[in-house]
Design a protein around this ligand. Structure first.
Ligand code: GAP
Length: 461
């Protein structure tokens, strides 16, 4: 993002950057890892290109039966860490469509721009800061001057299309939390330091959406605004850097693929006094997963000035009145999901046979358990359904009766299911089942009556 004033540029949709991946990947991943992930996502129902039967719609994606589960688990893990396990953060779900005055006051109408250039030879459009002086499509250096392109999606609220009805889809969830600062303060009786957290869709008319769901025009964010006394801002900035970095490690991103990068002063957004990114080693190199920023009192002051409402905190104990500073950890849910998939992807050999396995943390895996009757035989299915009924209250389960047991294990490995529970003919006699673990493929026999406790224990529930 740059800080030039927005020029009057039509809000049309420029071309995508082709998804060219370098051959010399910076680590031990297979060179075509992205292709393999995209393939698994499509084939197994994680992510589909949107509007596929109509030829697709540029860089938009639909999350399929397994994708919604994985994405929901990413968002739930974030919510648990940021809201549920704390007593100083509360939640919010603000409107996506809201008063344009918000975007005027926040600076998005004038500042939320990327530099856009046109190639005069082939007419492709590019982000000037992402190319090196030549058109990536045709190689021509005959490019227009860069001009500021505002990334907000414009629409009209109501049936009349005129200036007075212009509205924007939110480009970040953050502003909903600033404009509700007083509402939350008054209804929760929180006092700084305290936070407001929100998960939801944001929209940006990206000039170059690219790399699958890494950068799309419609995406989900997980953001938290943490309001602190100004003298404590640096301390809390460092605290949240550490917390957010550890969140990714805890959910299975290996330390060698995760780093913190502090922004140089000339990289900072218009509202930020300090920013650091949590970066992941993607197949194309290090890139941003999440930004943690010290937004100072920029937003509360801007909305106070524009609305006439005093967005400040009155500390009754000290008699002091002040505008809190804000520390903001801002993550992408869809981008994090992609990083978890990339980090989990593995290929190994089991019993002399090659298998693909997603070593997802059980908290993120779409299904925690698959219940598999050894055969479709009518006598096994009722007991298998009884087992399923015992496990469904504690976790998400798949129930699969098709094909050989070996093929079903492979299918579950490929989508990251940590445990398979097999019901066989002995189960009818001994009321026990076989529990197979995904990573080690180790199998143990467990009495059905102890199964929920066993699985619950292994899942830490
Ligand atoms: N409120 C601050 C803010 O929105 P940002 O760095 O622009 O900061 C935060 O966005 C996070 O949202 C990013 O780190 C990224 O994970 C995600 N994000 C931003 N733009 C995105 C896009 N076009 N597609 C997918 N994720 C995106």
């Amino acid at each position: 993002m740059t800080e030039e004033p927005a020029a009057d540029v039509p809000n049309d949709v420029p071309n995508d950057v082709p998804n060219d991946l370098p051959n010399d990947l910076p680590n031990d991943l297979p060179n075509d890892l992205m292709d393999r992930i995209v393939n698994v996502c499509k084939r197994r129902g994680f992510i589909f290109p949107s509007a596929e039967i109509y030829g697709g719609f540029r860089s938009t994606y639909d999350y399929g039966p397994l994708g919604v589960l994985l994405l929901r688990n990413v968002k739930d893990a974030w919510w648990r860490a940021m809201v549920q396990y704390r007593d100083d953060v509360v939640g919010l779900d603000a409107a996506i469509l809201s008063a344009p005055k918000i975007w005027e006051a926040s600076g998005h109408l004038s500042n939320f721009t990327d530099p856009l250039v046109d190639c005069r030879s082939c007419r492709e459009r590019w982000r000037a800061d992402k190319i090196e002086g030549a058109c990536p499509n045709c190689g021509s250096t005959d490019l227009t001057e860069a001009r500021a392109f505002n990334l907000m999606f414009k629409t009209f609220a109501g049936p009349v299309e005129e200036d007075a009805t212009v509205a924007y889809l939110r480009p970040e969830t953050a502003q909903g939390m600033f404009v509700n600062f007083l509402n939350v303060l008054q209804t929760t009786r929180k006092k700084p330091p305290f936070g407001i957290a929100q998960v939801g869709k944001s929209f940006r008319n990206e000039i170059t959406p690219q790399n699958f769901v890494f950068r799309t025009r419609e995406f989900e964010q997980m953001e938290m605004e943490y309001f602190v006394p100004p003298p404590d801002a640096q301390k809390w900035f460092e605290y949240w850097l550490d917390e957010r970095y550890r969140w990714y490690l805890d959910l299975g991103i290996p330390p060698e693929k995760l780093r913190l990068r502090h922004h140089d002063p000339d990289e900072l957004s218009h509202y930020s006094a300090a920013t650091a990114d949590v970066e992941f080693l993607f197949p194309w190199g290090w890139d941003e997963l999440e930004g943690i920023a010290n937004r100072t009192d920029f937003d509360l002051k801007a909305h106070s000035a524009a609305s006439g409402e005093k967005l400040e905190y009155f500390d009754q104990a000290s008699g002091e009145r002040y505008v809190p500073y804000v520390i903001e950890p801002a993550a992408g849910a869809t981008r994090a999901m992609m990083a978890f998939l990339l980090a989990a992807y593995d290929e190994d050999e089991v019993g002399g046979e090659k298998r693909t396995v997603l070593r997802l943390d059980p908290r993120l895996a779409p299904y925690q358990v698959a219940v598999l009757p050894l055969s479709k035989n009518d006598t096994l299915v009722p007991l298998s359904r009884e087992v399923l009924g015992q496990l469904q209250p504690i976790c998400m389960c798949d129930f699969d009766v098709t094909q050989s047991i070996g093929k079903r294990y492979r299918r579950q490995d490929e989508v990251g299911t940590p445990f398979c529970v097999t019901v066989d003919f002995d189960s009818l006699e001994d009321r026990a089942v076989t529990v197979r673990e995904r990573d080690t493929t180790e199998q143990v026999r467990v009495p059905i009556d102890a199964l929920a406790t066993e699985i619950g224990g292994r899942l830490g529930r």
